[in-house]
Design a protein around this ligand. Structure first.
Ligand code: NAD
Length: 266
């Protein structure tokens, strides 16, 4: 086992939502430790900048793909292209997600509900689905899925009904997939971050009368007792790297909270 800075040497990771926040931090971390990375994100310009930054760390290690993870054709095609460029896939970080529209249930349109499900849940399914044949060819693999404390331990994100539903769904998906894929030595784990400083507010659209459904709750002092959060994307990236590495070789189907104990307060 190698825990040095080259523990991902010769390995390739697909990272969705790699143009910002947690995905970007994970891409940097994996590249710093030797991996090649396929950056899947819709935002061409931002992702292109991440690609450039990574290739300045190690030339040729990163390639950006303009892919909407809710679009099956684009996911399938990009996975195949990534395999062609890098020779295979070892690690999949299914991380792309949006907060989407936050609204009372009766005011939430089916269209807005479906958009959040499409990106967060279908996107996870499609990323994993199209990567599996390539992980199988390697004889092992690590899949890491980004869920959240919302929908798993926290249910007071008033208005986040669609988001929380997808995050709960990702946990069930990860555990089912862990069992199904264990025979191929493919591990599947799911991480549940609390508040992390990223650009996720840009994908948040508050609509309708949220005050109407909010229950006033008085929390104890301190949002994240361990560090008075929010956490940093780099802290999540360290966990992703651990789960991607051989150090976690006996861990699968696990749900790991990374929130400085925020969700225990709520
Ligand atoms: P972010 O907005 O900084 O990054 C998300 C990235 O995903 C963006 O670059 C965006 O362009 C991309 N993306 C969105 N829809 C996409 C699609 N359809 N196809 C491809 N890429 C797409 O946010 P983040 O906080 O880094 O979010 C990453 C994950 O972490 C999400 O799944 C989110 O739900 C989860 N999460 C975040 C927090 C937090 O506090 N930031 C907490 C818990 C969970």
């Amino acid at each position: 086992m190698n825990n040095g800075r080259d523990r991902f040497m010769g390995r390739t990771a697909i990272i969705t939502g790699a143009g910002s926040g947690i995905g970007k931090a994970a891409a940097i971390k994996l590249v710093q430790e030797g991996a090649n990375v396929a950056l899947f994100d819709m935002k061409d310009d931002r992702t292109a900048e991440v690609e450039q930054e990574l290739n300045s760390i190690r030339k040729g290690c990163a390639r950006a793909f303009d892919v909407d993870t809710s679009n099956p054709e684009r996911v399938e095609r990009s996975v195949l292209e990534a395999v062609e460029i890098f020779g295979g896939i070892d690690i999949v970080f299914a991380n792309a997600g949006i907060n989407g529209v936050l609204a009372p249930i009766e005011e939430l349109s089916l269209e807005d509900w479906e958009k959040t499900l499409d990106i967060n849940l279908n996107g996870t399914f499609l990323t994993v689905k199209y990567a599996i044949p390539h992980l199988k060819k390697r004889g092992q693999g690590s899949i890491i899925i980004t869920s959240s404390v919302n929908g798993t331990r926290v249910f007071t994100g008033f208005g986040m009904i669609a988001y929380s539903t997808t995050k709960a769904g990702q946990v069930a998906f990860a555990k089912m997939a862990a069992l199904e894929l264990a025979r191929y030595k493919i591990r599947v784990n799911v991480i549940c971050p609390g508040a992390i400083s990223t650009n996720i507010d840009q994908s948040t659209d508050r609509q309708g009368d949220l005050d109407e459904i909010t229950i006033p709750i008085e929390y104890p002092d301190g949002g994240q007792p361990l560090a008075d959060g929010p956490g940093k994307p780099e802290e999540v990236a360290d966990l992703v790297a651990f789960l991607a590495s051989d150090e976690s070789r006996h861990i699968t189907g696990s749900q790991i909270f990374i929130d400085g104990a925020e969700s225990l307060l709520r």
